[in-house]
Design a protein around this ligand. Structure first.
Ligand SMILES: [Mg+2]
Length: 296
């Protein structure tokens, strides 16, 4: 069973549960759910798991695990162009976990969340026979004027951009502190407004994540292989588009972003379906299938 197939089935099954609920503006299938909250505000909701042996190797430092667990959910808020408000975290910890380690882990998660102006306001701990599992839920607010930036708005003729070099997490062997692009996302919303058509954070590799924009928008994306910016230590575009945990953003826009944001054009939106990488000599590769898809 692939994660992507399972997520699609859950999205279809849960859609039945909120049909007739006009306050659910966006359900499963985007970076965040979007709800019209009582009182008239709009909220972004997301949750994500970080599992030992699946997303990270045993032996990684407590600070690094905490930073990644928080960053994964904060990055989903950035992917909608939003600002984080609050976080909740749960941990399933193994029986041999020392109390001090559990305390350190939650203190580190609280410090990271606070660093993103997103206080950790609750959570839970359970003891498990299996491996460590951290779950972080983040609640955010969409950009006040642009509103939430979804995956489904890409249009033929848009340019496709990324916010920075790809593969940095892989190149650092996952020791680098992840940095969700909240500030860049906010500035993109301000500068591009409604011309910012679709956005996603690159958690599973550009090939797969740009493919998700293509799928949700009903268009095709052609990546220009030699335009893909490589992080230091990454040797090829193939490695860069398959690298996960990057937390850069991929977006499509009908107008160019301001130069000072340092975004890099990596492709175009065209009619059709799927995501392909085109080399300078015209060879075309299916990019959608390159990237992380953890098998359940
Ligand atoms: Mg995401």
């Amino acid at each position: 069973m692939r994660e992507s197939t399972l997520l699609l089935q859950i999205a279809q099954a849960s859609a039945a549960g909120f049909l007739g609920r006009p306050d659910v503006l966006v359900g499963p299938g985007d970076d965040c759910a979007v709800i019209a909250a009582p009182g008239g505000s709009t909220l972004l909701l997301t949750t994500d798991q970080f599992i030992e042996g699946v997303h990270y190797a045993r032996g990684r430092s407590t600070e690094s695990i905490a930073a990644s667990a928080i960053a994964r959910s904060i990055s989903d808020i950035a992917a909608m162009g939003g600002a984080p408000l609050y976080a909740l975290a749960t941990a399933a910890l193994t029986k041999d976990t020392h109390q001090q380690h559990a305390t350190d882990l939650f203190e580190a998660m609280a410090a990271c969340a606070q660093g993103w102006n997103c206080p950790l306001i609750g959570g839970d701990i359970a003891i498990t026979d299996g491996q460590t599992i951290l779950t972080v839920t983040a609640i955010g607010a969409p950009h006040a004027t642009r509103g939430p930036v979804l995956r489904n708005g890409a249009k033929p003729g848009d340019r496709v951009y990324v916010t920075g070099p790809l593969g940095a997490a892989l190149a650092s062997n996952w020791t680098r502190t992840p940095e969700p692009r909240l500030d860049t996302a906010r500035r993109l919303c301000e500068a591009l407004g409604d011309n910012l058509h679709a956005m996603i954070d690159i958690s599973d590799g550009l090939g797969r994540d740009a493919g998700r924009i293509a799928e949700r928008s009903g268009i095709a994306i052609a990546l220009e292989a030699d335009s893909i910016p490589l992080a230091k230590g990454i040797a090829s575009w193939r490695e860069a588009i398959a690298a996960g945990e990057d937390y850069e953003l991929c977006f499509t826009s009908s107008t160019a972003p301001p130069d000072e944001l340092g975004c890099i054009a990596v492709g175009i939106v065209v009619e059709g379906e799927g995501c392909r990488a085109i080399t300078p000599d015209g060879e075309s590769f299916d990019a959608h299938e390159s990237g992380w898809d953890h098998r359940a």
